[in-house]
Design a protein around this ligand. Sequence first.
Ligand SMILES: Cc1ncc(COP(=O)(O)O)c(C=O)c1O
Length: 396
Amino acid sequence: MYERLEMAPPDAILGLTEAFKKDSNPDKINLGVGVYKDAQGETPVLESVKQAEARIISATKTKGYLPIPGSAEFGAVTRELLFGKDHVLTTSGRAITAHTPGGTGALRVASDFVKRCFSDATIWMSAPTWANHPAVFGAAGLKTAEYPYYDGATQSIVFDGMLEGLGKAARGDLVLLHACCHNPSGKDLSLEQWRQTAALIKERGLLPLVDFAYQGFGDGLEDDAAGLRIVCDTVDELLICSSYSKNFGLYRDRCGALTLVGASADAAACAFSHVEKAIRANYSNPPAHGGAIVTTIVRDESLRAQWEREVAEMRDRINGMRQLFVDTLREVGVTRDFSFITQQRGMFSFSGLTREQVAELRSKYAIYIVGSGRINVAGMTEGNMKALCSAIAEVL
Ligand SMILES: Cc1ncc(COP(=O)(O)O)c(C=O)c1O
């Protein structure tokens, strides 16, 4: 049977990493996949994580299964990070959390839940959005549609177009929102725009699905949750997909969470029973290790303080690279205005480079960028900046 199959195309982003690994050029630069890199170009294990792991390994007495939604304490920690320690949603039972394999796992479980309970709903995604969003929703059998979000020509959010686009959604449809560090544009809604979006969602009876993959990478752990908290204060029901891949550096431990918010604790418990059915038929119950790390760190005062310092360090490095990139481009003689890059947040920016320029950067200079021109700023270092900007100057 397999002889009849044609090769599936490589993943647009992960495929780029494979090509990068095979490239023998010693000066190669990878600005493709969304992984944090430090000043040495490495993706480090955080010090707080190493210490938590040492404690976990000596204390672990069993490898027995976790419950379907994972550990209750991990759920409580997740809600504390999302809503704040004393928020009503952290304590009232109106929000229930499942530990999932990564943020992708959370998105898939959310999609299966929606398909199971509201099979006719369409999910509205920003144009553009993370390339895996339509793939995950589509794999679960959901209908997808787009609302305008970002205009590459003006490097800005098209907010009127966004509201108009969302105005076409039918009651009961879902709206995907990036909590912060919008992937791929790096442009986030202002607080006023969050308020207007939340009001429209409420008025039209839509269900928000907030994807929160970069908490702490924008302006800070609390600041980055401000938009989400506006949505929570406006509507009674939503879904939140967290990822701990970036802010705890737990990429391969596959640690994320789906938090379901309902109008009452009873309504949330009822809806969550369907989330559990979706999990049971998918991966049954989550892998424990990443969740234990997150729980150990957040619940220990000194580890938490250390982790917060490490997140701030990653954030500051990314923002520092944004500024250095813009300055160095100017220094090597690029006259086009790239200053918008310093206004964006998180690891990604739409550089405005064309597909042809991206292809030339790869073939001539071993610089790897996603075809859309999206660059991972975290792949830049003080060491590779001059070579990178000189190459960009050449292709421009
Ligand atoms: C917007 C967005 N959502 C979700 C994810 C998924 O993260 P994870 O690696 O935890 O599955 C990513 C990862 O790149 C992302 O950029």
